[in-house]
Design a protein around this ligand. Structure first.
Ligand SMILES: [Zn+2]
Length: 74
């Protein structure tokens, strides 16, 4: 009546089913290649974070044009 003695999960990298237990050192990934690939994706995301600081300077530009608008109205 018991189900599988191990869990089947979806590989976050390729979407294939992978075995989630001690016999799979790359869990939840299905293989070492998927694991390495995912880590390289993570590194990519980290490099993008510093770019977010640019949004603050664009906000400055926005409030500046707002001032010009209200000047026009009055
Ligand atoms: Zn995979």
């Amino acid at each position: 009546m018991n189900g599988q003695p191990y869990r089947i999960v979806r590989c976050p990298s390729c979407g294939k089913t992978s075995r989630y237990d001690e016999t799979n050192p790359n869990r939840p990934f299905c293989c070492e290649r998927c694991k390495t690939y995912d880590i390289s994706q993570w590194a990519d995301e980290k490099f993008r974070i510093p770019l977010a600081h640019n949004e603050q300077s664009s906000e400055d530009t926005l409030s500046e044009s707002e001032d010009l608008d209200s000047d026009d109205n009055s």
